[in-house]
Ligand binder design. Structure first.
Ligand SMILES: O=C(O)c1ccccc1NCC(=O)[C@H](O)[C@H](O)COP(=O)(O)O
Length: 210
């Protein structure tokens, strides 16, 4: 099975269009005001309206109030939610939407236990831990912490870039890769060449494995 790619943290229509043309599977929109990649409703609507069919839209939240999430869902066509905070399984299930639970990996993180707790998630996104940031840090983590088998699709994130995508695919064999900082010129500003290079590398990685 080919490795899917989500590029996260778009703030500009033109960047999302380039990503879609290059073959990205999903784009991520950050609805978390402290993030430099945060988008408002109008900007999110403009980005989604510019996308072709079959490019999924993932909306990312960090411990958001339910009203904020309902507000986004009512106004922006979202395919999937992504929770990056301390949301419980019950909170993730409130919206009748497919969801991804993000986990910031530490030495004692029990991925198997999390997969059981969030058993109805569409995937577990495994990201680097940082004491002061919830995501989008550009840091990798020790991929040895990921168990070889998991009941949920694994979405590998954290410090990916053109240059380590093949290595990531070979080491982890994830369902998908998720990248943000590694394809940017600045936070929220994507680099067309880096996005294309990343997607090309993932295709190469899949070819090597097959
Ligand atoms: O991107 C952000 O600013 C962000 C802020 C708060 C929580 C999550 C955030 N991003 C989540 C993502 O899905 C990123 O793509 C993921 O953390 C990987 O980021 P990076 O290491 O920069 O590739």
């Amino acid at each position: 099975m080919r490795t899917r790619v989500k590029i996260c943290g778009f703030t500009r229509v033109e960047d999302a269009v380039v990503a879609a043309q290059a073959g990205v599977d999903a784009i991520g929109l950050v609805f978390y005001p402290p993030s430099p990649r945060h988008v408002g409703i109008a900007q999110a609507q403009a980005i989604v309206a510019a996308l072709p069919a079959f490019t999924s839209v993932v909306a990312l939240f960090v411990d958001a109030h339910a009203e904020q999430i309902h507000d986004v869902l009512a106004q922006v066509p979202i395919d999937c939610l992504q929770f990056h905070g301390d949301e419980t399984p019950a909170q993730c299930r409130l919206y009748n939407k497919r969801y991804i639970k993000a986990v910031r990996m530490q030495a004692d993180t029990d991925v198997g236990q999390l997969a059981r707790a969030y058993h109805d998630a569409a995937g577990l996104l495994l990201d680097a831990y940082h004491p002061n940031a919830k995501g989008g840090t550009g840091s990798t983590f020790d991929w040895e912490l990921i168990p070889p088998h998991c009941a949920l699709p694994i979405i590998l994130a954290g410090g990916l870039e053109p240059g380590n995508a093949i290595q990531a695919i070979q080491a982890v064999r994830p369902y998908a890769l998720d990248v943000s900082s590694g394809v940017e010129v600045d936070k929220g500003i994507k680099d067309a060449q880096k996005m294309r290079a990343f997607l090309k590398e993932v295709n190469q990685g899949d070819t090597i494995i097959i």
